[in-house]
Design a protein around this ligand. Structure first.
Ligand SMILES: C[S@@+](CC[C@H](N)C(=O)[O-])C[C@H]1O[C@@H](n2cnc3c(N)ncnc32)[C@H](O)[C@@H]1O
Length: 446
C-alpha cells in the first residue's frame, strides 16, 4: 500500500534535500490528498518558529537535539492541533501512525498529548513589555526581520505585515495583451467554473488556486503569465512604449521581460540578460509559450562593464538603450508570503553584500543608457540599505534626475483604496496595504 498524505508530508519535512521517490509517492495520491500534503508542508515551513515554541515549552529535550523526523512529526502534530484546529486525538494519531519505530511513536505521542492537555497554559512573551519578541513567536519570524520591520514601518504596520506574510495568496495572472484583453481572459476562467475576479490593474485577474497553473485554461495558448501586481507596476514604471529598445538587466525567469515585450510590440525590442544560464533559458521558454518574438536573451554578469559589453557585442545586440530595467537580486523580504523559506534561509549579514552588488549592477547599467533615456530600479525587498540607500547613492553619484515612478495607482476592493505611496519619489507597494508582494521602485532620467 502507498503512503498516506501525512506520511509523505513527514518524509518531505524530515529530510534535508527532498526524500527519494517523493514525486512518485505524490502522484499516487488523489487531488485532495496532494493538496493536504502541500498545506502541511508549506504550513509547517511558515510557522516553524511558532510551532517550535510550543514544542520547546512542553518537551524536556531541546529541539536542536531531536532528530529531523521526530521534530517534523512534533511540528506537524502541533500545526494540525493549534493552527488547523483538528481535534487533538485526530491530530496526534494521524501523525504518530506515520512513524516507524516504537521509540519514536511513544516519544512523539507523549509530547503531543502533554501539549494537548496544557496548551492553554503556554506563556507567550508579553505583548506589553516585549512586543517584538511576542511578534517574532506569534507570527513565526526570525528576530532580525521583526526588528527591521518595526524600525522601518512602526508597530501597527509591522504587525499587519507579519500577519499577512503568513497568509496564502491568491494567484494573479497578467493578460498577454498581444492575444487577449483582461475582460476576455476573466470570462474564460469564469466560464470554465473558476473563482476568478478582476485584479487591481486593467491587465490583471485573480484566481483561486486549486489546480496547477499548467492546467489553467489558455496556458498552452499563452494567454497569460503568472505575475504579482507589484511586479507589473515595476515594469509599468519604466513607461515602455511601442518601438522602444529596452534592456532588462536581471531578467530571469522573465516575468517583467515578457510584459515589456508585449508593450514595446513588434517594432520594439527587449534584450533580456541574466548571469545564470539555466534561469536565462526560462526566459526563452516563457517567450515561446506567450508567442513573443521580439526578445533576445544573453548570459552576462552585469557587475562587469567589460563582460556586458563583450556579451552584447558577441550577440550583435545594441550597446545603448532607450529604457533600462534593473530588477536587482535582493534579500527578497517582500515575497515571504509566497516563499516562506526566505525567512529561515536569509541572513541579516547578506544585506550589505546584496547592497554592494545592487550598486555595482546599477553603475554598469548606467553606462548603457542613451542620453535622456529612462532607468528603473526595483527590488522585491523591504530593507532601507537595498532600497533608498542604494538608489540615493546611485542618483547622487551620476547626478541623475530622479522622478516619481508611477502616480495615482489605486488599489484595493470596495471602500479601501489606498494609493501606492510615492513619498520621497519612490514607489512602495506593500503586502499589508496593497495585497501584493512588497516592491520598491525608483526611476531616473539619464
Ligand atoms: C529578482 S530576480 C529577477 C526577476 C525577473 N526580473 C522577473 O521579473 O522575472 C534577480 C535576477 O538577477 C540575476 N542576477 C544576479 N546577479 C546578477 C548579475 N551579477 N548579473 C546579472 N544578473 C544577475 C539572478 O540570477 C536573478 O535571476
Amino acid at each position: 500500500m502507498g503512503k498516506c498524505a501525512r506520511g509523505i508530508a513527514l518524509d518531505i519535512l524530515g529530510s534535508q534535500s527532498g526524500p527519494p521517490g517523493v514525486s512518485h509517492a505524490l502522484e499516487s495520491l488523489d487531488k485532495r490528498d496532494r493538496a493536504l500534503v502541500k498545506e502541511l508542508v508549506t504550513g509547517v515551513e511558515r510557522w516553524k518558529r511558532f510551532l517550535d515554541y510550543y514544542v520547546s515549552f512542553f518537551c524536556h529535550r531541546p529541539v536542536e537535539r531531536l532528530s529531523p523526523k521526530v521534530l517534523s512529526a512534533l511540528r506537524l502534530g502541533v500545526y494540525q492541533m493549534i493552527l488547523m484546529g483538528l481535534p487533538p486525538y485526530a491530530a496526534i494519531d494521524s501523525i504518530v501512525r506515520c512513524l516507524g519505530s516504537k521509540g519514536e511513536r511513544g516519544f512523539v505521542n507523549g509530547v503531543l498529548r502533554t501539549i494537548s492537555r496544557n496548551r492553554g497554559h503556554i506563556e507567550m512573551p508579553s505583548i506589553d513589555t516585549h512586543l517584538e519578541d511576542y511578534a517574532a513567536v506569534r507570527y513565526s519570524f526570525p528576530d532580525w526581520i521583526v526588528g527591521r520591520y518595526f524600525r522601518y514601518f512602526g508597530n501597527t504596520q509591522s504587525l499587519s505585515l507579519l500577519k499577512i506574510q503568513n497568509q496564502p495568496q491568491p494567484i494573479t495572472l497578467r493578460a498577454n495583451t498581444t492575444k487577449v484583453d483582461r475582460d476576455s481572459l476573466l470570462k474564460l476562467f469564469q466560464d470554465k467554473g473558476y473563482l476568478a475576479q478582476p485584479g487591481n490593474l486593467d491587465i490583471s485577474i485573480k484566481v483561486d488556486k486549486g489546480r496547477a497553473v499548467e492546467e489553467f485554461p489558455g496556458y498552452d495558448q499563452g494567454l497569460f503569465a503568472v505575475q504579482d501586481e507589484g511586479a507589473m507596476l515595476a515594469t509599468l514604471a519604466l513607461a515602455p512604449e511601442p518601438g522602444d529598445v529596452v534592456w532588462d538587466v536581471c531578467a530571469a525567469p522573465g516575468g517583467k521581460t515578457t510584459h515589456l515585450a508585449e508593450i514595446v510590440s513588434d517594432n520594439g525590442f527587449v534584450v533580456a540578460s541574466d548571469v545564470d544560464s539555466g534561469r536565462a533559458d526560462m526566459i526563452s521558454q516563457s517567450c515561446r509559450r506567450l508567442g513573443l518574438n521580439n526578445v533576445a536573451t544573453a548570459v552576462v554578469d552585469a557587475t562587469s562593464e567589460a563582460a556586458v559589453e563583450s556579451g552584447l557585442r558577441e550577440r550583435g545586440l545594441p550597446l545603448k538603450y532607450d529604457k533600462i530595467l534593473v530588477d536587482a537580486p535582493c534579500s527578497g523580504l517582500g515575497v515571504i508570503a509566497k516563499n516562506a523559506d526566505i525567512k529561515w534561509r536569509r541572513r541579516e549579514s547578506d544585506i550589505p553584500q546584496m547592497a554592494k552588488r545592487q550598486a555595482e549592477i546599477l553603475n554598469v547599467a548606467r553606462g548603457f543608457l542613451k542620453s535622456g533615456g529612462t532607468l528603473v530600479y526595483s527590488t522585491c525587498t523591504l530593507t532601507h540599505e537595498e532600497n533608498e540607500a542604494v538608489w540615493g547613492n546611485f542618483v547622487k553619484k551620476h547626478n541623475l534626475r530622479a522622478v516619481v515612478p508611477v502616480t495615482e495607482v489605486t488599489f484595493g476592493p470596495g471602500h479601501i483604496s489606498p494609493k501606492v505611496s510615492t513619498k520621497g519619489g519612490y514607489m512602495h507597494v506593500l503586502p499589508h496595504v496593497h495585497g501584493t508582494d512588497g516592491f520598491f521602485v525608483a526611476k531616473a532620467i539619464g
